[in-house]
Design a binder for this molecule. Structure first.
Ligand code: FES
Ligand code: FE2
Length: 371
């Protein structure tokens, strides 16, 4: 089905960046069918998740030579390791022999050995040995190596990009590192403590839409709204081209508390902090058109006991569950096919519009133009 006017022609809208830009200009959202469409989901994995900076882990997990971590970046399995000179290397975690992951989980190795048939690579990604290949006159290992991905950081947070021609990560970060610094946020003293994965039955964009705005905080987050200002005059929003931030001071009754910080980085990463008390990272990994894996990491001072950490993780889970319930119910509404798109408040939801415009720009050129 191919429709040229998504505004009048029912719920189904084929991906058309021009029409979507026009919808956004008129204060509408992108079409709801785009939160359900399996074809568009596949396209996003290539056009967005195959070309943008994705969080993989904290550098403390790669402190020593040969330390490695693995992660999914959209549909791409990735590994990052540190060589003897201290340089970080990122690779597509797929063996050039027959496709098994060359590394699983996390750990420390002097070489990277694929468990399937034992092909072994240096930390530089170059094939060192392939068992029994010495008796194969036609086989040459020359030029066989792991496929690299770009690696960069924000402070201790390591990001990769599978697109070797991608612009530097600093372009995506924009003014975020300076802004966070000016506001007194500091990574130091906040070590990596825990990781949790949460499955949410919604499209990844729906989670990101929600995270752009605190319009819902007054209605959905009773605890948060009693601790922090969530009104427009006190809840500060700043945006850059591909990143933005939220900032809010605690309410007068909580004046000894730290400020709330939130930093968003296109397309699917967020960091939220309470001053320098702790910070959490969130990556929303698309696992299906209507399925998202939220990977959350917890950075909490070493002085906080394991029991206190667990209770902090549980408190955050309860807060996030307020959002997850919303996401899953909104997904049902979008899937109903009865409404073609949503209607935005231009000021209150301006970051949502920015996110959706970034999205439309990212898929433009990858989608079929309407006839
Ligand atoms: S797939 Fe890795 S050694 Fe065969
Ligand atoms: Fe929320």
């Amino acid at each position: 089905v191919r429709l040229t006017d998504t505004t009048t022609a029912g719920w189904w809208a084929a991906p058309d960046a021009g029409n979507a830009t026009e919808l956004l200009r008129r204060g509408k959202t992108i079409p709801y069918s785009w939160y359900v469409d399996p074809g568009l989901f596949e396209l996003e994995l290539d056009a967005i998740f195959g070309k943008t900076w994705q969080y993989v882990g904290h550098s403390s997990r790669l402190a020593e030579t040969g330390d490695f971590i693995t992660c999914m970046v959209g549909r791409i399995p990735v590994m990052v390791t540190r060589d003897a000179k201290g340089a970080l290397h990122g690779y597509v975690n797929v063996c050039p022999h027959r496709g098994h992951p060359v590394a699983m989980g996390a750990g420390r190795r002097t070489t990277i050995q694929c468990m399937y048939h034992g092909w072994t690579f240096g930390l530089d990604g170059v094939l060192r040995s392939a068992p029994r290949s010495d008796r194969e006159p036609d086989f040459s290992g020359d030029g066989i190596c792991l496929r690299p991905v770009l690696v960069d950081r924000w402070g201790p947070l390591i990001f990769v990009n599978p697109d070797l021609d991608a612009a530097p990560f600093a372009d995506t970060l924009g003014g975020i590192p300076d802004l966070a610094h000016e506001r007194g946020f500091d990574f130091d003293g906040l070590p990596y403590r825990a990781h949790r994965d949460f499955e949410i039955a919604c499209n990844w964009k729906l989670a990101m839409d929600n995270n752009t705005e605190c319009y819902h905080c007054a209605t959905i987050h009773p605890g948060f709204r009693s601790d922090y200002h969530v009104d427009r005059d006190n809840y500060e929003v700043l945006r850059f081209e591909q990143s933005f931030s939220h900032f809010s001071p605690p309410r007068a009754e909580r004046d000894t508390w730290s400020d709330f910080h939130l930093y968003y980085i296109w397309p699917n990463f967020m960091l939220s902090a309470r001053g320098n008390d702790h910070y959490y990272t969130y990556s929303y990994v698309p696992t299906g058109p209507e399925q998202t894996l939220q990977m959350t990491e917890y950075f909490v001072p070493a002085t906080v006991s394991e029991a206190e950490l667990e209770s902090q993780i549980e408190d955050l889970r309860l807060l996030m569950a307020e959002d997850w319930g919303v996401f899953e119910r909104v997904q049902v509404g979008m899937r109903s096919g009865m409404l073609p798109f949503g209607n935005l408040l231009a000021q209150e939801e301006r970051l949502l519009r920015q996110f959706q415009q970034l999205y439309v720009d990212a898929i433009a050129g990858h989608v079929e133009a309407p006839a």
